[in-house]
Design a protein around this ligand. Structure first.
Ligand code: DP6
Length: 348
C-alpha cells in the first residue's frame, strides 16, 4: 500500500462506489501545539486550543476500488507524490486496519488554501480525510473517536473536526493510554465571535516542514521545556478569557504564546526561522494599531503569514493597515467556522 506509483484508471465500464465526501476548515491555534512525545502515535507534548475558520475549506472524496492494486491520491487535480502521498496512504492503512478492510481507495482532495504555506492545510486535510475515509470504510465513529483518528494524520487536524473553539488534550501516559487520552473537544464560547485578519505575506511552500521543525526544536532547543510549561498557564488564562469574551486577554495570551513558540525554534540548533521581513513589518503594524487604540493581536504558525485577531467592527481598518505594511500581500478576513461535515449526494 505504500508504493509511490499512481495506478492507472480502471476500465471505462467500471463503476466506482459513490464513496463519501467531507468538508473541513483549517483552524488557527491561540494556544499552540508544537512538539510530539510519540511520533508514531502522533501524541503532542502540550495541550492546544484553536478557532476553526470559515475560509479555505478542504473537500475530500474517498471511494473504494476493490479492483485496484494500490491507492490513487489526487491533490487539487494532480497525482500526489512523495511525502504528501505517503501520509495519505499511511492514514488510509490505519483506517483499513481499524475497519478490518483491505480495499484500496481513490482519494480526491481539493483545497481552497495554498498547501504547505503555514495555513494549517494539514488540519483541514486530515479532518476531511478522517471523516470521508471513516464513512467510506463503514466506520461509525463518535466525534471524540473521529478527532483521535484525525490526530493520527496531523495533530492539528483533531481540532478541525469541531467548529468554533476546540481544545486538543495532550493526554496522559504512553502507548494505548496516550492514544486514548489525546483528542480534541469543543470549548463552548457563547458570545465571542471575533475577526481573524489573515495576511498572506508568502503563499509559497515552506523550506522546513512543521514536522521536521518541531522535532528539531524538541531535540535541541534549550527553550522548549520552559515554553511548554508556560503554555499550560497560558491555556488556563485563555479558557478564562474566552469565557469572559475578553478579546484583549485572548489576544495578549495568543500573541505571547505564538512568539514564545517561535523563540523555541530560533533557539533550535540549527535555528528554524519562519518569520520573514514582511512578517515583522506586519507585526510592527499591529503594534501601531494598538498604540492607536485598536485592539489587534498577532499569531503566526509554521510560516511567515500573520493572523491578526480583532473585533469584527475593526476588521476593515486592520486589513487596510496590514496590507499597507506588506505591500502586495493578500489579506483575507475570517471568522469562526463550522466543524467537519459529510456531504450528501446532492451537495457534492
Ligand atoms: C504551528 O499539526 O501541521 O500550526 O502534527 O506534524 O502534522 P503534524 O503538525 P501540524 O503542526 C501545526 C503546528 C502549528 C501550531 C498549531 O496548529 O497548534
Amino acid at each position: 500500500m505504500l508504493s509511490d506509483q499512481v495506478q492507472p484508471a480502471g476500465p471505462a465500464e467500471e463503476v466506482l462506489d459513490p464513496g463519501a465526501t467531507a468538508v473541513a476548515h483549517p483552524n488557527i491555534a491561540l494556544i499552540k501545539y508544537w512538539g510530539k512525545r510519540d511520533e508514531r502515535l502522533m501524541i503532542p507534548y502540550v495541550d492546544s486550543l484553536s478557532m476553526t475558520l470559515d475560509v479555505f475549506p478542504t473537500t475530500t472524496t474517498v471511494r473504494l476500488r476493490s479492483t485496484a492494486r494500490a491507492d490513487s491520491v489526487t491533490l487539487d487535480g494532480s497525482p500526489a507524490r512523495g511525502e504528501a502521498r505517503h501520509r495519505v496512504v499511511a492514514f488510509l492503512d490505519l483506517v483499513r486496519q481499524i475497519a478490518g478492510r483491505t480495499e484500496p481507495a481513490v482519494v480526491d482532495t481539493r483545497n481552497r488554501v495554498p498547501t504547505g504555506a503555514g495555513l494549517a492545510s494539514s488540519a483541514s486535510g486530515f479532518a476531511a480525510l478522517a471523516l470521508a475515509g471513516a464513512a467510506a470504510y463503514g466506520l461509525d465513529l463518535d466525534p471524540t473517536a473521529l478527532s483521535r483518528l484525525a490526530r493520527r494524520g496531523s495533530v492539528s487536524a483533531a481540532r478541525s473536526v469541531f467548529g468554533g473553539f476546540a481544545i486538543c488534550h495532550a493526554g496522559p501516559g504512553t502507548g494505548v493510554a496516550a492514544d486514548l487520552g489525546s483528542y480534541a473537544e469543543p470549548v463552548p464560547v457563547a458570545d465571542f465571535d471575533p475577526a481573524l485578519v489573515i495576511a498572506l505575506v508568502d503563499a509559497g511552500p515552506k523550506a522546513v516542514s512543521s514536522r521536521a521543525a518541531m522535532r528539531r526544536t524538541v531535540e535541541t532547543s534549550p527553550l522548549y521545556r520552559s515554553w511548554a510549561t508556560s503554555s499550560m498557564a497560558d491555556l488556563s488564562g485563555m479558557r478564562a478569557a474566552l469565557r469572559r469574551g475578553d478579546l484583549d486577554a485572548v489576544g495578549e495570551i495568543a500573541e505571547r504564546n505564538a512568539l514564545g513558540m517561535h523563540a523555541t525554534m530560533l533557539a533550535a540548533r540549527p535555528a528554524v526561522r519562519y518569520l520573514s521581513p514582511a512578517t515583522v513589518a506586519v507585526l510592527d503594524s499591529v503594534l501601531r494599531l494598538r498604540a492607536d487604540g485598536v485592539p489587534a493581536y498577532a499569531t503566526m504558525d509554521a510560516g511567515p503569514n500573520v493572523k491578526v485577531l480583532c473585533h469584527r467592527a475593526d476588521a476593515a481598518r486592520v486589513a487596510g493597515t496590514v496590507r499597507d505594511a506588506a505591500p502586495g500581500c493578500a489579506v483575507v478576513t475570517a471568522r469562526r467556522g463550522p466543524g467537519a461535515l459529510l456531504r450528501t449526494g446532492a451537495e457534492r
